[in-house]
Design a binder for this molecule. Structure first.
Ligand SMILES: Cc1cc2nc3c(=O)[nH]c(=O)nc-3n(C[C@H](O)[C@H](O)[C@H](O)COP(=O)(O)OP(=O)(O)OC[C@H]3O[C@@H](n4cnc5c(N)ncnc54)[C@H](O)[C@@H]3O)c2cc1C
Length: 486
């Protein structure tokens, strides 16, 4: 064991002399973590336990100014660069083997200007960090549904959650970003400054530079909202989902309802004999007048004979953590995802069929409703393209033991294939697993060519390629820049 470890560390350190790393250490304010450091294994841990890679070094940035040093060090030493926000991405691109990881996990500051309704957020902040500060002013913006997710990756890929029906995607609420480009330059991007970069960053992931600050628009939300679960027997799934489909067609945008098919966790409001059995859950969220919200969700109870429900008024920050216990780090995860403009009978049948053969107690099928404000943004307004999507389906395979890898992954893949005929165009880059690079062009559709041109301008050498990669297209880009189109 000891010898193995020694050899591995020697390999990790390949081509980097002690003097060179000491020089980097002397320049950055943050910490440089090497494979020989005792904190190394803990620092390189990310959410999806399937991903186990060993960077040659990790720069734990303490300030934005550390980033240019990290980039130039990596480039000078021929190292790949990976970027870690909160390390939640399913593909695990935050981690690299034998490269340099830029780690923001110690840069989590969130500042709110309540008067302007703006938030200024560092790239290591989690949704919990963000919601806590914003909600202390009674403000929020749409972010995801699991509070340990990172603001950075979520925003750069699009971002949606309970508030998306009313206020759009997270990127729809992004006002500006501070970016370090591949050549180490620190610049800002917004509608008024480096507008091409701002267009690309809103959905284009980590392809264009390292974001060191996000500025968001905020909305008055809560601080208390009405939310919770209604849990129905699995044999009523078709009826519940059919009525759900009709209901959400006309539901106001203050109300969001997601459908979840899984085995029931041991929730105290469910009878003991339901625990561990397949169920269909309607997850409800209402932002606005509570009495009105209660009236609106009342019909949902009649969609079947619920096993039980748990709905109530609660702090928005508490609801934002409601799913955390089901989504703790350390499990093995494999996801597949489709967009839907409508839910056909066929799509519901496939969901029910595969929910009837879940390969582990933690696997689930999540149907997120995003219809509303996000659909009103033109498809070419920014990189995030598929504005016709009303639902995002997430096939979430999750399990604990390596021996179950093949069985659980096969289930997710088979479901993904069986539901594909009913899905609409595109894909959500934030839900893509590693082997899906072929779907990147589908994710951006007609926006892809412009993204490739912008990539060529800001990162012609594809320094930032450990992501859902948009490849530079040198020839086209040169001619476009000459015409001054960008
Ligand atoms: C349990 C769970 C629940 C989720 N729920 C939702 C949800 O409700 N809604 C939703 O929209 N998404 C959701 N997601 C998906 C989530 O948006 C992505 O996983 C996202 O990438 C996570 O961001 P992160 O910063 O934590 O990830 P990381 O793994 O740290 O980063 C992901 C990638 O983003 C890029 N990146 C990160 N930081 C920077 C930076 N500062 N500059 C440039 N590039 C950067 C890098 O390419 C990196 O590989 C969920 C994911 C999980 C695992």
């Amino acid at each position: 064991m000891g010898t193995q470890l020694k050899n591995r560390n020697e390999k990790d350190m390949i081509n980097i002399s002690k003097a060179t790393t000491e020089n980097l250490k002397s320049k950055v304010k943050g910490q440089v973590v090497l494979p020989t450091d005792s904190s190394y294994d803990q620092v390189r841990e990310i959410w999806n336990a399937m991903i186990d890679r060993r960077p040659a070094l990790i720069v734990r940035c303490a300030e934005a100014n550390d980033v240019p040093y990290a980039i130039s060090f990596a480039r000078e030493n021929g190292l790949e660069i990976s970027i870690r926000g909160a390390g939640h991405n399913i593909a695990g691109n935050a981690l690299c083997d034998n490269g340099l990881m830029i780690d923001f996990s110690t840069m989590r500051n969130v500042r709110v200007d309540a008067e302007k309704k703006r938030a200024y957020v560092e790239p290591g902040a989690t949704l919990a960090d963000f919601d806590e500060v914003a909600q202390s002013h009674g403000l929020a913006t749409p972010v995801g549904i699991n509070s340990t997710t990172g603001i950075a990756g979520l925003t750069l890929g699009g971002g949606f959650g309970w508030l998306t029906r009313k206020y759009g995607l997270t990127v729809d609420n992004l006002v500006s970003v501070d970016v370090v480009t591949a050549n180490g330059k620190r610049i800002q991007a917004s509608e008024n400054e480096n507008a091409d970069l701002f267009w690309a960053i809103r959905g284009g992931g980590g392809n264009f530079g390292v974001v060191t600050q996000f500025e968001f628009n905020l909305h008055k939300v809560g601080p208390e909202i009405l939310a919770g679960l209604i849990v129905f027997p699995f044999h009523q799934a078709k009826q519940v989902l059919t009525l759900y489909r009709e209901f959400v067609e006309s539901a106001p945008e203050e109300l969001n309802v997601w459908a979840l098919l899984r085995k029931a966790p041991p929730l105290p409001f469910l009878p003991g004999n339901v625990h561990g059995k397949e169920v269909v859950v309607l997850v409800t969220f209402y932002v606005g007048d509570v009495a009105q919200g209660r009236k609106l969700i009342e019909p949902l109870r009649g969609f079947g004979d619920p096993h039980g429900e748990h709905i109530g008024v609660q702090p928005h920050t508490q609801w934002q953590k409601a799913f955390d216990p089901l989504l703790t780090p350390g499990a093995r995860n494999y996801w597949k995802s489709h967009n839907f403009t409508k839910l056909s009978d066929g799509s519901l049948d496939v969901m029910i069929e595969f929910a009837g053969k879940l390969p582990s107690a933690q696997c689930e099928i999540f149907l997120g409703l995003i219809a509303g404000a996000a659909n009103r943004v033109p498809a070419n307004a920014m990189a995030y393209r598929h504005r016709d999507a009303k639902f995002v389906l997430n096939v979430h395979a999750r399990w604990d033991e390596r021996k179950d890898d093949e069985r659980c992954i096969s289930w997710a893949r088979a479901f993904f294939q069986a539901s594909a005929p009913y899905a609409s165009a595109g894909a959500y880059v934030n839900f893509m697993t590693e082997e899906e690079s072929g779907r990147v062009t589908a994710a951006y559709g007609a926006n892809y060519d412009r993204l490739a041109q912008i990539k060529n301008h800001y990162d012609p050498d594809n320094v930032f390629h450990l992501n859902q990669n948009i490849k530079p297209s040198p020839r086209q880009a040169t001619s476009l820049f000459r015409r001054g189109n960008l």
